[in-house]
Structure formats: structure tokens, C-alpha cells
Write a protein that binds this ligand. Structure first.
Ligand SMILES: [Zn+2]
Length: 253
């Protein structure tokens, strides 16, 4: 697909889908009940910050999966149980559509922190997309359904929805640690921005990350591809689900 055509069609598609995606983007799947539970976790004196990070992650992900197709939810839950953590200088994540396995890479001091879960939940949205595209490619064109996705944007939306649930004080603590980290190079600024900007609108959050090199042209090209194929009625799901590696967080400077 010529990039020019993709660029031309993208705005039309964007407006077409904007309303459909609003619920997911705004985190409408996080109910009042979820919010109350998250608040109770965050305010609990019984858990340390790592346990809280995990419990809030579970609550947000369960909310995301609540109305998912059972097959999709089962796949995401399976991937969720098997996420591998690798200790590295920089922060990164990947979901492989070949091995159907997710990996997060974090510096040791961020292991099991909210930052690790933030990367994890992002990758699990890609696992969701992968399973959905493989299972329901033929439904991909059902505009009226909730079964839709925009690849990187939606993964960032779930990430944004998770970060928003982390208490500001905890985020400030994490930012201080990250700022003091002299070994982290790629992605340091975008990570700090993500923790700072999650209280803003999703668009502002994405714009902030983009300005720092995340959600880059490769991601946008992938989304253009999906949208053009949607409009053309091509079997995009099959092609992307099988042959198009979804790359995750790009290191940024
Ligand atoms: Zn991603």
C-alpha cells in the first residue's frame, strides 16, 4: 500500500472510528466498582507499593477483558501468566506474534513496580489484538461492534488507563528514581513523560510520547495500513495477525 494513499485515507478513517473508540480510550470499561476497588488497594496499609502495583494492574486488565470475547480473554490471560521479565538498563517491552509470548525489560530497581506493570499491560493489549485479529478477522469490518483496535494507539490507551490509577505520590517517587538513573538512555524521557502526563487527556498523553519519539512513524504506518485495509474491505486481520510483527515500545532519546 502506497504511503501516500494511507496518509490520505487516515484522517477520514480516524474521524469515522473516533466515536467508536471513545469508550476504550476513555477507559469506560473501568466501572465505578473498579474505581472503588482500586482506591481501596491504593489506600491500603496492608500492601507495599509493589503489591499495590500488581493488584491495580489486575483490576484494570480484568476490567479491560470483562466484555472481551472469551477466546480473546483466555489468550490474554494465558500470556499474562507467562510474561517474562528481563533486567536491562533501558525499559522496553515486546509481544511476539510468532511465539505469542510477552516480555518486559526493566532496570532492577523498577522490577515489580508500576512501571513494569505499565509495560506489561501495554503488551497485553497487543496480545488481545493478536488473538482478536486471528480469531475474528472476518468481523473486523463490523464498525458497530466493540471489536476494534488501532494497534499501537490502543495499547497506549490501556497503558494510559493503567498509569492514571497509580497514585500521584507513587508516580513522583518513580520519576525521582528514574531521573537519578544514569544508565538508562533510550526511553527515559518518554517514560517520565508518560508518568507525568497520564492525568491529561489521552490525546495529550499520546502527543507527549510522540514528541519524545514513541508512537513513531513505524507505529503510525502500521495503523494506516490497518485503516486503509479496513476501508478497502481487505482481509487485513489475517495478513497483519500472521505476517506483520507488532513492534512495541521503541527506545527513544
Ligand atoms: Zn505497542
Amino acid at each position: 500500500m502506497a504511503p501516500g494513499i494511507a496518509q490520505a485515507v487516515r484522517p477520514i478513517c480516524s474521524s469515522l472510528y473516533a466515536s467508536l473508540y471513545r469508550d476504550t480510550r476513555a477507559g469506560a470499561y473501568i466501572t465505578e466498582d473498579d474505581k472503588a476497588k482500586i482506591q481501596a488497594i491504593n489506600e491500603s496499609t496492608q500492601y507495599d507499593s509493589r503489591k499495590k502495583a500488581q493488584l491495580v494492574f489486575n483490576q484494570v486488565l480484568d476490567a479491560r477483558l470483562r466484555n472481551a470475547d472469551p477466546a480473546v480473554a483466555a489468550h490474554v490471560n494465558k500470556v499474562r501468566e507467562q510474561v517474562t521479565r528481563t533486567i536491562g538498563a533501558d525499559i522496553n517491552g515486546e509481544y511476539s506474534i510468532i511465539t505469542r509470548h510477552a516480555e518486559v525489560i526493566v532496570p532492577d530497581y523498577l522490577a515489580e513496580s508500576s512501571v513494569e506493570y505499565m509495560v506489561k499491560i501495554h503488551e497485553l493489549e497487543h496480545a488481545y489484538q493478536d488473538k482478536f485479529l486471528r480469531s475474528h478477522g472476518r468481523l473486523f469490518l463490523e464498525f458497530g461492534t466493540k471489536k476494534k483496535m488501532l494497534l499501537e494507539s490502543d495499547a497506549m490507551a490501556l497503558e494510559w488507563n493503567y498509569i492514571r490509577q497509580i497514585p500521584v505520590k507513587e508516580r513522583e517517587k518513580l520519576i525521582e528514581l528514574i531521573q537519578a538513573d544514569t544508565k538508562m538512555t533510550g526511553g527515559k524521557l518518554s517514560l517520565i513523560a508518560a508518568l507525568k502526563n497520564a492525568d491529561h487527556s489521552f490525546q495529550q498523553f499520546v502527543d507527549g510520547e510522540r514528541a519524545l519519539g514513541r508512537y513513531d512513524n513505524v507505529s503510525i504506518a502500521a495503523e494506516n495500513k490497518v485503516m486503509v485495509e479496513l476501508v478497502g474491505g481487505i482481509i487485513a486481520a489475517w495478513i497483519i495477525g500472521r505476517y506483520h510483527p507488532i513492534h512495541i515500545i521503541k527506545p527513544a532519546n
